[in-house]
Design a protein around this ligand. Sequence first.
Ligand code: SAH
Ligand code: SF4
Length: 398
Amino acid sequence: MTTESTQNAQMGAPETSGKTNLVGLSREELAREIAAVGEKPFRAKQLWHWIYHQGETDFAQMTTLAKPLREKLDEVFEVRRPNVSREQTSEDRTRKWLVKFDDGNEAETVYIPEDDRGAICISSQVGCTLTCTFCHTGTQKLVRNLTSDEIVSQFMVARDSYGEWPTPRDGGRMISNIVMMGMGEPLFNYDNVAKALRIIMDGEGIALSKRRITLSTSGVVPMMEKCGEDLGVNLAVSLHAVTDELRDILVPINKKYPLKELIRACRSYPGANNARRITFEYVMLKGVNDTEADARQLLRLVKGIPAKFNLIPFNAWPGAPYECSTPEAMDKFVRILNDGGFSSPIRQPRGRDIMAACGQLKSASERERIRRMTQRIEQLVPDDGEAGPAAGTTAGNG
Ligand code: SAH
Ligand code: SF4
């Protein structure tokens, strides 16, 4: 059964204390803050351990610090979590948090459990400046970058929810992986994302290995190499189409960085090898990108790249201009990729009942925009009853 709870539910922006929040500061910034109140550098190290290894938010409980120091810190600083306006758990145990930040903006964080581990899907922006036509987030108007604090805090909120403090050793964690695949384009908010991931990867705190972190991009070509060099995390690329003509519509950033450039950037992604492959995400859209010819062209496109595929059944959202491919079409598609030497799992949609599945992350729908984009797609793929987006999907939504 779907369960839902409201914690700290507040309608307006939460009150702030005026104290400096220590969460989201880099190690150097934390050291500077501590130096500024006249304390020695090793205090910053101790605090880091309390905040990110122990998950402690109350200075009074930081027992390795002398009591007067705890009181002093409490006067100036805080270790704050954002409010969680809503927490929902799906029938399949997927959990979603609607996290509310100080300015009242909200972002969604999703945890996808497996048997003894699981991935947390973190948002990098409120909304997204890009307008991929199959993605619910892309229809959201309000956009701002999340700060490093807000990105790290999504992870902390999930840890709190599962009581996973102090940080368990690697191999014994429920929240064992991170995918930067929530709302937003992480490479458009690179500095904050990089800062947050460095905090999360730091060996004296949350200590999550870069091998357990995957960043998904729609193809911000100029930032890809830097991401690989600086962070060394796994890369996933939202490909979704094998021709520029179709990708220009599905993933409009393609007009700026077309397939040839994108593929070149994948080919030279630092650290990619057969053991650490680049994931190509491909959303299965009925009659739009799911033919056998598409699958064969996909194989040609990634030739020579250490690649794997992630076929995502399209997750519908209210007013969406597409339908998911049929099981038969997906089977044929997979078979061609298999014959080409790739195991290509079809990603099981998770958390559909709480709108937590890929591309469903958004707070309200904007029908007029969707109607307009439907028209554009219909121009490209004539609706003959088989191909193209089903008319029924959008009827009455305009
Ligand atoms: N902006 C980044 C990361 C967030 S989107 C990116 O585009 O890669 C995460 C993944 O979900 C992307 O592969 C995206 O294409 C996919 N996605 C978006 N909407 C979807 C939908 N309705 N159904 C299935 N997958 C979707
Ligand atoms: Fe933004 Fe990614 Fe959605 Fe495209 S798929 S609109 S890049 S979140």
